[in-house]
Design a protein around this ligand. Structure first.
Ligand code: HEC
Length: 149
């Protein structure tokens, strides 16, 4: 009588981990696609200004490094996104017809979710910086913009 062959152990299917990873990716992709407001800030962003810079100066550096200046002129000229000189406390008419006062929350929202409040007569072309900047960098930008006179 032949010895009973050991039942072949089913090795864990190599596809499973990939399927798992794939669905994880898909899921996070869905999260990103569906709820931009809920997206976490990117990790590993600096939390303090580079040595020698004040928070406001750091904000100005970020403004230039991130290309904000390409659409927002600092000299008071009207770029694609309009000038941001003297923005704090100014009334903004939105595409919905609503009029809001540009406080620090408004500035913050403009950077994180540009399409949440679109300035009337302007194209909705501004990218969100939620994926690019950390909370301290956003704070620095807002500090800079709030003092832009
Ligand atoms: C591709 C061009 C573009 C870039 C780059 C850009 N913006 Fe904008 N931005 C716009 C446009 C267009 C608007 C007006 C439409 C809207 O409200 O989204 C706007 C609106 C704003 C507003 C509200 C302005 C108002 O008049 O009430 C703020 C604040 C702002 N941007 C800040 C920034 C900052 C800070 C950066 C860089 C981190 C930046 N933008 C980068 C195009 C741009």
């Amino acid at each position: 009588m032949r010895p009973e062959r050991p039942r072949p152990q089913i090795p864990p299917s190599p596809r499973n981990p990939w399927a798992f990873l794939f669905s994880l990716l898909l899921f996070s992709g869905l999260l990103v696609g569906c709820a931009p407001e809920e997206r976490p800030y990117p990790p590993d962003r600096p939390t303090t200004p580079p040595p020698g810079l004040s928070v406001r100066e750091w904000g100005e550096k970020i403004f230039r490094d991130q290309g904000c200046a390409g659409c927002h002129d600092l000299g008071g000229t009207d770029g694609a996104g309009g000038t941001l000189v003297g923005i704090l406390g100014r009334e903004r008419r939105l595409s919905t017809g609503e009029v809001v006062v540009a406080d620090e929350d408004y500035l913050r929202t403009s950077i994180l979710s540009p399409n949440a409040q679109i300035v009337a007569g302007r194209p909705a072309v501004m990218p969100s910086y939620r994926d690019k900047l950390g909370p301290a960098e956003i704070d620095a930008l807002v500090t800079f913009l709030a003092q832009l006179r």
